[in-house]
Design a protein around this ligand. Sequence first.
Ligand SMILES: C[S@@+](CC[C@H](N)C(=O)[O-])C[C@H]1O[C@@H](n2cnc3c(N)ncnc32)[C@H](O)[C@@H]1O
Length: 295
Amino acid sequence: MSTPKPYIIQPIPGKGMGVLATRSIKYGELILSESPLFTQSHTVAASTIQAALAPKSDADKRKYLELSNCHAEMPPLHGIYETNAFPCGATDTGNAVAKGGIFLEGSRFNSSCRQNVNNCWNARKEVIEFRAVRDIEEGEELCVTYAEDCKTREVRRKTLRQKFHFECQCPVCALSGADLKASDERRVMIGKLEDEIGQCVGRPAEGMKKIKQAVRLAREEGLVLPVLGFSYDAFQFCVMTSDLKNAKAWISQTSKLATCIRGPEAALVYEEYVKNPKTQRGWGFGRRMTLEGPE
Ligand SMILES: C[S@@+](CC[C@H](N)C(=O)[O-])C[C@H]1O[C@@H](n2cnc3c(N)ncnc32)[C@H](O)[C@@H]1O
């Protein structure tokens, strides 16, 4: 990782502390790689957190207590944990979270409904990695997302209010009038297409059309993560129909996106398919046809 750090932590109006870029940061660049102060599995309570903190230095204990706490209804040790923990071990595709961890610097990333940073747990190194998911300019706030992308502002805000007790002040939630309406419509449509794509197993040509539309909308809306999922879906449709040329193009795009968003190690899962798409076990499962490649 390049030093010095490409960010500073400082107060952000309306959001408490936050993270600002101190120079331009390139798409895919590793911004921060951090070990957990401690992790917790499944049952979390003030007592389990106290036990995890006990062997830590006084300075680290103090830093933990200085983290933000949006859960006044809980014992402070637990409230701080629920406000700041990141998943360790789950992917960012919504699988069950086995373990959560506290990261003293990573905890300072605020949320944006158009994130420019993605967090991904690196299980081999036991660190959380934060990467730029697009080019970032000096002075921009670096934000991950705590919200579900493919919902309207009203639904996203409601979820964030319920889970974290704050009113999202990100640039997408600050939209109004026709811009807000267009953003909401794009997000709802992407979510709808995502569901429909999952039901197109026996209709690959139709599934591919929906993928192309969903990718276009996600790009228009500045959402990067959904494109990764859609690219892999498109690869699977091509695998099913023995469309080697387009299968190669989609898996190559999937692998490049995964490398930038989740890191080179996370992208290794696609390595065999990049070399030879026919190794995917669904190869040739459906009727042979030529679909479409990525734009
Ligand atoms: C994990 S902390 C992030 C860092 C925090 N701002 C701090 O001062 O340490 C989560 C808290 O930050 C604030 N926050 C994060 N994203 C925000 C946003 N988009 N709009 C307003 N507040 C936000 C909320 O108070 C939330 O409970």
